[in-house]
Design a protein around this ligand. Structure first.
Ligand SMILES: Cc1ncc(C[n+]2csc(CCOP(=O)(O)OP(=O)(O)O)c2C)c(N)n1
Length: 585
């Protein structure tokens, strides 16, 4: 046994490996991404990124049907995409153990919404385990495979950002020898969910759920910790750690299996304490179920929005709050910006010139919505840009041109069907695919467009132009967005064709490019008129100075020359060794 400091994500990967998992598959999304990125490092495990979470979940169903253990990973909104297979997977059950790791993001550190995936467990009628720290992340994931096989059901493991990304000590075990499961065999009654078979499996699911209910009461992951009986708290996930810190004397029922809840254990715990409370992040998932059991709960007034903290919990129960320094509030604001040299910038500059109404999507390029670019008008969910651009065109009320912008990974995830819809229904809008050759926002994962697998191997590179033409789009062009004027010209033409058009803005993410040969630029104050055109690009290397003239931070400038192209006064010049500005830079 060896102990190691591990993040929750590393520990989930370890738990899956120890359980003898054969295949890991997922789609990136913070805070879940590092699970698969760590699992792929282990020997004897095959991993892959799927184009989206639904495909990932389905690949894993195939692995499980084939009798091998499999882990699927995604963030909370990914589970919306994977929900379709999940719900019917509960009916068919599993062959090899099937575990789906879903990572929620209370507080929306890097998400477009807050969701409490515990609701999915109850809704889809599948068990869910919820670890509070890295050790549990390992142990629960490992055990989840056994539960999956014993109860013939997929098992969800839910983490939240604080569990996924914080590190704590973990005792590691050895890898189970590959469990001997029956290999694939056709089983029509189990794998073919047509109504006649589904009705049979529906009854079976209810029976499996009953057995799981009994299991939950005896499950070692649900435990009573009796201390002062005057206050008893029922808690799960990271909130358990907060309760222990804020209310060390309180008795606790720590729930590790949140679906089905250990109802008998809960009633037993309630009978042992004078006052009973539930502490939970996000939805009143346990509170509502406990009230349905007839238990009366102390109203804590804890919020249903955002993250909890030890202090919030201490305050809610009138316990001492730690003395902390007041946060400094007069710091200058630092809004997130596209990187210096980001190729997305050229597209937004051009769309701004066209005064386009832009339906946006999710990725680094969402930052185009912020000032000074202010060139994107919506962001809902992955793939929404295309359908929304079509719909807004149908509404006929928006300033034209109407354009949808979508990243390459997002296009492969869920943009293709939107384009198909526009073609099929005679849409006339423009779609811009921001092809930066990677899934940049979540940390440069490979995708079908980049032609790199999760293990770094070469893969077939999706030819976007050929694909879009094959979908039936009549007008398709590829342009380098670092060439700003060419981009403006192509977008101008695209939005005036009168037919549906697709522009592929192709240039690699600046963080992928080694620019040894590039020289930074600087402002020649003698030529600069302080017109602000370069500042309006929102490049983090360009700052406004008290003198009125902008300054280029040569340490941040990557020499992409986008600012050079928008300067009408040729006042932005290369700072090479031969360049002498008399020390005025
Ligand atoms: C359903 C869903 N899955 C995953 C995510 C996490 N996520 C946000 S943007 C993104 C992909 C961004 O890549 P790309 O479209 O290529 O744009 P880039 O960041 O490279 O500009 C991912 C995976 C999400 N928000 N929603």
């Amino acid at each position: 046994m060896s102990r190691l400091l591990m993040s929750g994500n590393e520990a989930v990967a370890r738990g899956a490996w120890e359980a003898g998992v054969k295949v890991g598959v997922g789609y990136p999304g913070t805070p879940s991404t590092e699970v698969l990125e760590n699992l792929v490092k282990y020997e004897d495990v095959y991993c892959e990124w799927a184009p989206n979470e639904k495909v990932a979940a389905e690949v894993a169903v195939g692995v499980s049907v084939g009798g091998a253990r499999t882990l699927v990973t995604m963030k909370h909104v990914g589970l919306n995409v994977a929900a379709d297979p999940l719900f019917t997977l509960a009916y068919i059950g599993v062959g090899g153990g099937y575990v789906l790791l879903v990572a929620d993001d209370p507080g929306m550190h890097s998400s477009q919404n807050e969701q409490d995936s515990r609701n999915y467990a109850a809704f889809a009628k599948v068990p869910m385990l919820e670890p509070s720290n890295s050790q549990e992340a390992l142990a629960f994931t490992r055990a989840a495979f056994g539960i999956s096989e014993e109860f013939d059901i997929p098992v969800l493991v839910r983490t939240t950002t604080r569990v996924a990304h914080s590190k704590s000590l973990v005792e590691r075990g050895e890898r189970d020898s590959q469990p001997l499961l029956p290999p694939y065999a056709p089983r029509v009654g189990k794998w073919v969910m047509m109504p006649g078979n589904a009705r049979v499996r529906r009854v079976d699911l209810e029976q499996r759920t009953e057995r799981l209910r009994a299991f939950s009461n005896d499950c070692e992951f649900n435990r009573i910790e009796m201390r002062d009986p005057s206050l008893g708290i029922i808690v799960s996930g990271i909130a358990y750690e907060y309760v222990r810190e804020a209310l060390p004397e309180a008795s606790v029922l720590k729930v590790g299996m949140v679906n089905p809840l250990p109802e008998k254990l809960i009633v037993e715990f309630a009978s042992k304490v004078e006052r009973l409370a539930v502490v939970e992040e996000l939805d009143p998932y346990m509170s509502l179920r406990l009230k349905a059991l007839g238990l009366s709960l102390v109203e804590t007034g804890l919020p249903v929005i955002g993250e909890l903290s030890p202090d919030r919990i201490a305050q809610a129960f009138g316990a001492p709050v730690r003395e902390t320094r007041d946060a400094i509030t007069d710091l200058p604001p630092r809004p997130p910006l596209l990187c210096a040299g980001c190729p997305h910038r050229g597209v937004y500059w051009a769309l701004g010139k066209l005064k386009a109404t832009v339906m946006g999507d999710i990725g680094c390029y969402t930052l185009g919505a912020l000032p000074p670019l202010s060139a994107m008008d919506s962001c809902v969910c992955m793939g929404a840009s295309v359908g929304m651009a079509h719909g807004l065109g149908l509404a006929g009320t928006a300033e034209r041109p109407v354009v949808g912008v979508i990243g390459d990974s997002t296009f492969a995830h869920s943009g293709i069907t939107g384009v198909l819809d526009m073609v099929y229904n005679g849409g006339t809008g423009t779609v811009v695919i921001l092809d930066n050759r990677t899934t940049a926002m979540t940390g440069h994962q490979g995708n079908p467009v980049s032609g790199k697998t999760i293990s770094g191997a070469e893969a077939p590179m999706l030819d976007l132009e050929t694909l879009v033409k094959a979908l039936g789009v009549p007008w398709v062009r590829t342009v380098d967005p670092l060439d700003m004027h060419a981009t403006l010209a192509v977008l101008t033409e695209a939005t005036q064709t009168g037919a549906m058009s697709v522009v592929i803005a192709k240039s690699p993410c600046v963080l992928l490019v080694k620019r040894d040969d590039q020289q930074p630029f600087a402002i020649d104050e003698d030529l600069c008129t302080a017109c602000g055109a370069c500042v309006r690009l929102g490049c983090p290397a360009i700052m406004k100075a008290a003198s009125g003239h902008p300054i280029i931070d040569t340490a941040s400038c990557v020499g992409c020359e986008q600012c050079v192209q928008v300067c009408r006064f040729e006042a932005i010049v290369s700072v090479g060794p031969a360049c002498d500005f008399g020390g005025g830079l």
